[in-house]
Design a protein around this ligand. Structure first.
Ligand code: 5AD
Ligand code: SF4
Length: 456
């Protein structure tokens, strides 16, 4: 322990010691490996922040760390299989260095809980997504017996814990946690718990810290980010408050739910030039009976109308989506409706998944899985082929235009640099530019995934 110097005030209470004064001596190094969504990336930064202020430092390589934490995802079975595979690789590390604390954190830790110990007996620590505040203490406890905490807190939003942000040009800020929607296929409400919003002043504080650290772009995160509310402050108000933070030039958010898009939010996005014209708007299915069975709370007509309103209000809007194929009961006709809707809306890009049955969800308990594995595979190939064609055509409309790019860093080929447009397209261009600067780039070519250009 460092010596704690207490300053005698001439009057009034003793001042709170600055964090540097109370940090204990170096405790070892930690490596956090992140799986899954951006929320996990953001949570990993909180975990690192907690451990750093307790005296740990970040290891550059997993093999050298004293504490190894996997921050995991449970959204589909495949995500969990990957982590189990990774853990079995790490058995060698535990054999070679038994003192290493190996932890499984996040959604899969909550989902499998102590069952994880049956499958991976050498795990030392199992922590759910709401248990990171006491992470340093839990790591200490795990040096004896395996330690487990997977309780979900109704109010935990990690207020006051400053993330140790990883390098890059974007700062993640979690604005709400959990989900109350209970889509019938989805495990998230069970592993991340009830919806709760972070106080608006805390989010603004986080944005100010990010700006001071040099970030010019922030992404506001939440499972249904646009259902955010803090008293009278709704998500549109929050976007405006963050837009007023000096130094922030681009604001993104993910993921909104179609049912929580208010006219006020659409209008705010259209009006405020700092809010990027890009929306990830999960559709899931283009067939009304499937949307109803999924309990998505919108119809295809409402979704199409929302897209129309968004496009009318936000010039140059880029849209991406999530599609699930092979939800139980999805007929060939239903699936054709999804293809029709994709042809109609013409998303810039899409994440497409085969339905994966998740334990504890309504679909798993109540809806028989009627679509064979082969059909799921075929449908997935079909949506991917359709979307790839559309993505390429949409990107081709950029050729000849000059776009503003936030530079991320050198691209793989020497002499080339990569960055993002405000519409969230990756662009690789000839010429050199400093990371975290804005440059104008003329688009000369494209693939379905990437724009290609040269410095204007
Ligand atoms: N099977 C397949 N995809 C799923 N998603 C969520 N749950 C499942 C599941 N059980 C997809 C949805 C969601 C995205 C994050 O993951 O499309 O929007
Ligand atoms: Fe899952 Fe639906 Fe909540 Fe999204 S809105 S996290 S799909 S339950």
């Amino acid at each position: 322990m460092d010596e704690l110097k207490l300053i005698e005030p001439s009057h009034g209470p003793a001042p709170t010691p600055a964090i540097e004064d109370v940090v204990p001596a170096e405790r070892g190094t930690v490596y956090v490996e992140t799986y899954g969504c951006q929320m996990n990336v953001s949570d990993s930064e909180v975990m690192l922040g907690v451990l750093k202020s307790a005296g740990y430092s970040a290891a550059t390589r997993l093999e050298e760390a004293d504490v190894v934490l996997l921050n995991t995802c449970a959204i589909r079975e495949h995500a969990e299989d990957r982590v189990i595979g990774r853990l079995s690789q790490l058995s060698h590390l535990k054999m070679k260095r038994p003192d290493v604390v190996l932890g499984v954190c996040g959604c899969m830790a909550k989902h499998l809980s102590e069952q994880l110990l049956d499958r991976v007996p050498y795990v030392d620590l199992i922590l759910g997504p709401d248990s990171y505040r006491d992470l340093a203490q839990m790591v200490q406890e795990a040096r004896g017996e395996p330690a487990l905490d997977v309780k979900l807190g109704r109010s935990e939003t990690y207020v006051g814990l400053d993330p140790a942000r990883s390098e890059g040009v974007n700062a993640w800020i979690t604005v709400m946690r959990g989900c109350d929607k209970f889509c019938t296929f989805c495990i998230v409400p069970y592993v991340r718990g009830r919806e709760r919003s972070v106080a608006a002043h805390e989010i603004v504080r986080q944005a100010e810290i990010a700006a001071q650290e040099g970030f010019q772009e922030v992404t506001l995160l939440g499972q249904t980010v646009n259902s955010y509310h803090d008293g009278e402050t709704d998500f549109a108000d929050l976007l405006e408050q963050v837009a007023r933070v000096e130094g922030i030039r681009r604001i993104r958010f993910t993921s909104p739910h179609p049912s929580d898009f208010t006219p006020k939010l659409i209008e705010t996005m259209g009006r405020d030039p700092k809010i990027c014209p890009f929306i990830h708007l999960p559709l899931q299915s283009g067939a009304d009976p499937v949307l109803e069975a999924m309990q998505r709370s919108y119809t295809t007509a409402e979704y199409r109308k929302l897209v129309e309103d968004l496009r009318a209000a936000i010039p140059g809007l880029s849209l991406s989506t999530d599609i699930i194929v092979g939800f139980p009961g999805e007929t060939r006709e239903d699936f054709d409706r999804t293809l029709d809707l994709m042809r109609g809306v013409r998303f810039d890009s899409a994440f497409m998944f085969k339905y994966s049955e998740r334990e504890g969800t309504v679909a798993e308990r109540e809806i028989p899985d009627t679509v064979s594995a082969t059909e799921k595979g075929e449908r997935l190939e079909e949506v991917i082929t359709l979307q790839n064609g559309i993505s390429l055509e949409v990107n081709q409309t950029y050729v000849g235009r000059t776009v503003e790019v936030l530079v991320e860093g050198p691209a793989r080929r020497p002499g080339q640099t990569s960055g993002k447009t405000d519409t969230f397209k990756t662009i690789v261009f000839t010429g050199e530019a400093e990371p975290n600067t804005f440059v104008d780039v003329t688009v000369t070519d494209c693939t379905q995934k990437t724009l290609i250009g040269e410095l204007a």
